[in-house]
Design a protein around this ligand. Structure first.
Ligand code: GLY
Length: 394
């Protein structure tokens, strides 16, 4: 099948690889420094007119949209208007991700398990909400590329976050428990779920430092039987509101002593979760999206992210990447990388590469990923990476 894939991150490279394994004819726009059996089309995804023109020119049988911004901006609506089949929600449905307040109100309307919250639109309201809810998480209402959430340690910090992230906020009660990511592949007539994955959002080993887009992920983690009840109720709620679109729905969960609670939705595949899941996907991704049962390779799987100096505040573009050839039993997934005209691979973003490895246990997978991480250099220096993805090796 001819497929147009939109995006430039690790998630999209993992999608491109899965499509490539199934022999699809792939046009990837804009892509990144990864090389494979696809045609790259340089394009700015912010310019929807150009994206629609590209799709009209290419006439793909299916367009897969990786990142959230074009979804929130209505790309699916635009492509559907010109008669093209898309995988992803329209702008109305994408509010599940593009407005935290809209998403929480949807959860509340349907009695889905989530933390008590208030939506506030100015600092006075935020102050009152913080005083009522006490220990809180402050969330910017709109898309913020992973930088819109502050888990406050005290009311002063919460108020500071409110001033920074406002004016429109969701202020919710802080819950305790391990977090987990669950990705659903939705179709209008049903869905299937990947296994739970654990993402690591903080920059540094030991869960220290600022939040990032995700420094690594692994699975399996312990499944929780109570999840099925949540999914049954969610599926009914999605159908009732016409949100059972053809695309991915990511559930950010916290596994509390009262059962799993919803933290957030994303309307796309998670990143770095999809790197680790799609690398172990068996079968044809397109068929799976259309409902063929999911099959994943057995074993334990991890993804260790290599980031450039200064991340997440800044990135250090143009650094020469070395040591990435001949990695032993590790798959290199490209994110913020690019090729110079002579083929040299350089950094082009904060999160640059993902190292995906598998083993019969997590330790084996970690050892492979760590050996590769120790081999790779950006301008001769070690990249930033966490050595505790999947737990600390003793
Ligand atoms: N890992 C969470 C996300 O994709 O935003």
């Amino acid at each position: 099948m001819k497929v147009l894939l939109l995006g430039s991150g690790g998630r999209e490279h993992a999608m491109a690889r899965a499509l490539e394994r199934a022999g699809h004819d792939i046009v990837w726009a804009p892509g990144n420094g990864a090389q494979g059996a696809w045609r790259r089309r340089p394009i700015d995804l912010k310019n929807l007119d150009l994206v629609v023109q590209l799709a009209v020119d290419e006439q793909p049988e299916l367009t897969l949209i990786g990142p959230e911004d074009p979804l929130a901006a209505g790309l699916v609506d635009r492509l559907q208007q010109v008669g093209l089949k898309t995988w992803g929600p329209n702008a109305h449905q994408a509010q599940l991700e593009s407005s935290k307040a809209w998403a929480k109100e949807f959860m509340a309307r349907h009695g889905l398990p989530t933390a008590p919250f208030q939506v506030t639109t100015d600092l006075e309201q935020a102050k009152a909400a913080i005083a009522t809810l006490q220990e809180v998480v402050v969330k910017a209402d709109g898309l913020a590329a992973g930088k819109g959430v502050v888990v406050a340690s005290n009311p002063e910090q919460a108020l500071e976050a409110a001033a920074q992230l406002g004016p429109k906020l969701v202020i919710e009660k802080r819950l305790c428990g391990p977090e987990a990511s669950l990705i659903l592949l939705l179709r209008p007539d049903g869905y299937q779920a990947f296994p739970l994955v654990r993402d690591h959002k903080r920059l540094l080993t030991g869960d220290r430092g600022p939040n990032t887009g995700g420094m690594g992920a692994y699975y399996p983690i312990q499944e929780t039987p109570a999840l099925q009840d949540l999914l049954d109720r969610l599926w009914i709620a999605l159908q009732q509101e016409g949100l059972n679109y053809f695309g991915a729905l990511f559930l950010g969960l916290i596994l509390t002593s009262d059962g799993p609670q919803l933290l957030e939705f994303n309307c796309r595949l998670g990143d770095p979760e999809s790197e680790v899941l799609l690398e172990s996907l068996q079968g044809d991704l397109v068929q799976v999206l259309y409902g063929q049962p999911l099959q994943l390779a057995p074993g334990c799987h991890i993804d260790v992210v290599l980031a450039s100096a200064g991340y997440p505040a800044s990135s250090s573009p143009g650094q020469i990447i070395t040591g990435h050839e001949n990695l032993n039993q590790v798959t290199l997934i490209h994110a913020g990388s690019e090729r110079l005209p002579d083929g040299t691979l350089v950094t082009a973003g904060g999160r640059v590469l993902h190292l995906v490895a598998s083993g019969s246990n997590l330790q084996q997978a970690q050892q492979l990923a760590h050996a590769a991480a120790n081999q790779i250099r950006f301008d001769g220096r070690s990249p930033l990476w966490r050595s505790d993805i999947g737990g600390s090796l003793s």
